[in-house]
Design a protein around this ligand. Structure first.
Ligand code: HEM
Length: 424
């Protein structure tokens, strides 16, 4: 990884060789091959050489066109960790993330360091291109005041007033082991090995200062965040992300995603709030459900993704439209009705979730679903929609098992540390 240009061409050659040997039938073009999964099927194969700037006004990984793979991790600070160690951890994470997102190894790399010391980088991304890696950091409520009410890091007075554990919602079946966290890192890439490498190395760097609390792998982005992307599908088989906020809708991004200085606190200006919900799907019941019922539950048709009131994928739903028998064409309990801004005081979210499949349970049912992530200017946006979804027909087929919220600080300029303004 010391010479990314060289490494990129190398790995492209080897990937194309691999593809030729074993992946016949996949739409490979323009040097692709790493992520010939959702993206290829959706007709927008990403270039593995894609490299997103780490430094900037906002953190990358929010309005960045959603990559194909996710490794998300929540960390807790160690019991004995000090404020100085928290600050040094963020500085070390920033330096490592800035390198990895550019396709470089951490520190002296995996093979060039001192033979008498463990390598700075674990090495499994050596030779792989950046694959659009973004690394996004967030601060959970317990970083500011821990569960026992202690102000461990002298940050309590800097807590964003809106940063609090999410309220309990109807039907929540939350597992503490998949919820909460002092800190989070979202690593997204078009290559799963690149995303896992990022979380692994950041965990390793944290050793002694913070430890993994829970983590989640995701695949097949369930939301497009750019009009340049085709809409991918979730594990219910429906297009997901059609009505999402897209980066090209600059005014919506400014109004609904970034925290403006006027909202406060000052250190969070240009940041956002991240909500993560691990939502298990009762896949077996869904798969025995009639197509007509599946479409009623979502409020869109399964093939095109068009609203049941008619038109094509991007036609605005008409919630007044009635069928011949006088019933609403888009059911009163349909997901898209209850989640739509018209029924939520105009509120919108930037969704950026992923599918997950984590093996199976003891009854032989797939442990699979949607790892929902949304970014919003205020947690109230998510809370309003999730409350509205209490009447969602989809609730028969899903169960929320994990929940977390984080304040996402603004981006850093080169030479700065992520979250530096919090400690200023
Ligand atoms: C497993 C759980 C879920 C599934 C399978 C699911 C699926 C879908 C699908 C297929 C659509 C229609 C296409 C689109 O516009 O993206 C949609 C729309 C939407 N969903 Fe979900 N969703 C889930 C959970 C949630 C949650 C937890 C929220 C937020 C609390 C949410 C918020 C939205 C919003 C805001 C829309 C767009 C509504 C509109 O403006 O038309 N969804 N979802």
């Amino acid at each position: 990884m010391s010479d990314p240009e060289h490494d990129r061409s190398l790995s492209r050659r080897s990937l194309l060789g691999l593809a030729g040997a074993g992946a016949a039938g996949l739409a490979l073009g323009g040097g692709a091959g790493v992520a010939a999964t959702t993206a290829a099927l959706a007709g927008s194969t990403p270039d593995p050489g894609t490299r997103y700037a780490f430094y900037g006004a906002h953190q990358a990984g929010i309005v960045t066109p959603a990559q194909d793979r996710l490794h998300f991790a929540a960390f807790d600070m160690s019991v004995a960790a000090t404020r100085t160690e928290l600050i040094s951890l963020l500085a070390d994470w920033t330096a490592a993330a800035a390198r990895m997102t550019q396709g470089l190894e951490v520190g002296d790399g995996s093979v060039d360091g001192d033979l008498l010391a463990p390598p700075d980088d674990t090495g499994e991304a050596r030779g792989l291109p950046p694959s659009g890696l973004t690394i996004t950091f967030g601060f959970g409520p317990t970083l500011f005041t821990d569960a026992s009410g202690a102000d461990r890091f002298g940050l309590a007075s800097r807590t964003p007033p809106l940063l609090a554990p999410l309220p309990r919602f109807a039907g929540d079946a939350l597992v503490p082991a998949s919820s909460g966290g002092d800190l989070c890192i979202q690593a997204c890439s078009d290559d799963p090995q690149v995303a896992v490498h990022a979380i692994r190395n950041l965990s390793r760097i944290a050793f002694g200062r913070a430890a993994l609390r829970w983590s989640q792998l995701g695949f097949g982005r369930t939301s497009s965040t750019s009009t340049s992307q085709a809409t991918a599908r979730n594990l219910f088989g429906f297009k997901d992300g059609t009505a999402n906020i897209k980066v090209e809708q600059g005014s919506a991004v400014d109004a609904d995603v970034w925290v403006p200085a006027s909202d406060g606190p000052a250190w969070l200006a240009g940041g956002s709030y991240l909500v993560a919900r691990k939502i298990r799907m009762v896949i077996e019941n869904w798969d025995r459900t009639r197509l007509g019922e599946q479409q009623r539950v979502i409020g869109r048709d399964k093939g095109e993704g068009a609203p049941l009131s008619g038109g094509t994928e991007f036609t605005e739903p008409d919630f007044q439209a009635k069928a011949a028998d006088g019933t609403a064409k888009i059911d009163e309990a349909a997901h898209v009705r209850l989640a739509h801004p018209d029924f939520n005081k105009g509120v919108r979210l930037l969704r950026r979730g992923y599918n997950f499949a984590d093996g199976n349970d003891q009854l032989g049912r797939l442990d699979a679903g949607l790892f929902f992530i949304s970014f919003q200017r205020s947690p109230e946006q998510f809370i309003a929609i999730q409350r509205s979804l209490a009447r969602d027909a989809m609730n028969e087929y899903i169960s929320h098992v994990g929940s977390a919220i984080f304040a996402v600080p603004p981006g850093a300029r080169a030479g700065q540390t992520i979250g530096e303004s919090l400690f200023a």
